[in-house]
Design a protein around this ligand. Structure first.
Ligand SMILES: C[S@@+](CC[C@H](N)C(=O)[O-])C[C@H]1O[C@@H](n2cnc3c(N)ncnc32)[C@H](O)[C@@H]1O
Length: 250
């Protein structure tokens, strides 16, 4: 199974290693004047051309970062599909005169040339349907007609995962200052990459997405520009047992 993480600029190195079933990208948001927080130009259109026609991209960012780059997605032939909110247990505050930020966004885009129904999409469910769930079997009139869905709700059965996902950040265990939780990445990977498919991680940082791929049986190709961090990420990924390690050998 492909598991590799290269050191260098993703814009130069990643195109040779596609096509990707899914791209995960957690670029510097460019929201602050901190030295490491510089927006990377040009990567969106380069990445889009490395995506399989049925693939999609999940990109982490703040609303500020997405508003500042909105036209780059449409220029690259990408359409917005949906977003999730990652809710953290604690946040960082650069300003004392605003709400404390305890969330980040991840936004999914897909190629405009592919109808949404053809994009790989395995909706995630949770097994915790409870009596408090509203048992409304008919869509409310204001939703109009929406195409038949992949998922049928049953009383007491699995229910669609909510778009606000709580996951603790790594904090004291973190290798990288903006490390994303493996559990959260795994949800996005299971949704948007088929089993055995290839995930391209364009701004790999600590390699958290590589660990999530190991856990979920997806192949992984990552890229990180900081050589020291790339080394730590490789060691981290190598230390995770591969998905199929428990299979009995004949
Ligand atoms: C927000 S962090 C990613 C954190 C990562 N998702 C994790 O969970 O550890 C962004 C990373 O992108 C790297 N980076 C910045 N520009 C890059 C480029 N042009 N190519 C590859 N990596 C880059 C930075 O060094 C930084 O480690």
């Amino acid at each position: 199974m492909t598991f590799a993480l290269m050191t260098g600029d993703c814009r130069d190195l990643m195109p040779a290693h596609g096509p990707f079933d899914m791209i995960l990208a957690d670029p510097p948001y460019g929201d602050t004047s901190l030295a490491w927080d510089r927006r990377v130009d040009g990567w969106i259109s380069i990445a889009r051309h490395t995506l399989r026609p049925t693939g999609s991209m999940w990109i982490f960012g703040s609303l500020r970062s997405f508003m500042g780059t909105a036209d780059r997605f449409s220029d690259a032939g990408l359409r917005l599909a949906q977003e999730i909110v990652w809710e953290k247990q604690n946040g960082s505050s650069f300003h004392a005169d605003r709400f404390k930020r305890v969330h980040e966004l991840a936004v999914q885009f897909y190629p405009v040339a592919t109808p949404w129904r053809d994009i790989y999409n395995d909706v995630q469910t949770t097994p915790d349907a409870a009596a408090r769930t509203i048992r409304r079997k008919h869509r409310p009139p204001h939703t109009g007609h929406i195409d038949a869905s992949l998922y049928v709700s049953h009383d007491g059965g699995p229910r669609l995962m909510r778009s606000v996902i709580y996951a603790r950040n790594a904090h004291s265990r973190a290798i990288h200052p903006t490390e994303k939780p493996v559990g959260l990445l795994e949800i996005l990977i299971r949704t948007s990459c088929p089993e055995g498919g290839l995930v391209g991680d364009w701004f790999a940082g600590s390699g958290a997405a590589g660990e999530a791929c190991r856990m979920s049986g997806r192949r992984y190709f990552g890229c990180e520009i900081d050589a020291d961090m790339a080394g730590k990420a490789r060691a981290r990924i190598a230390a995770v047992l591969p998905f199929d390690c428990g299979k009995a050998t004949p």
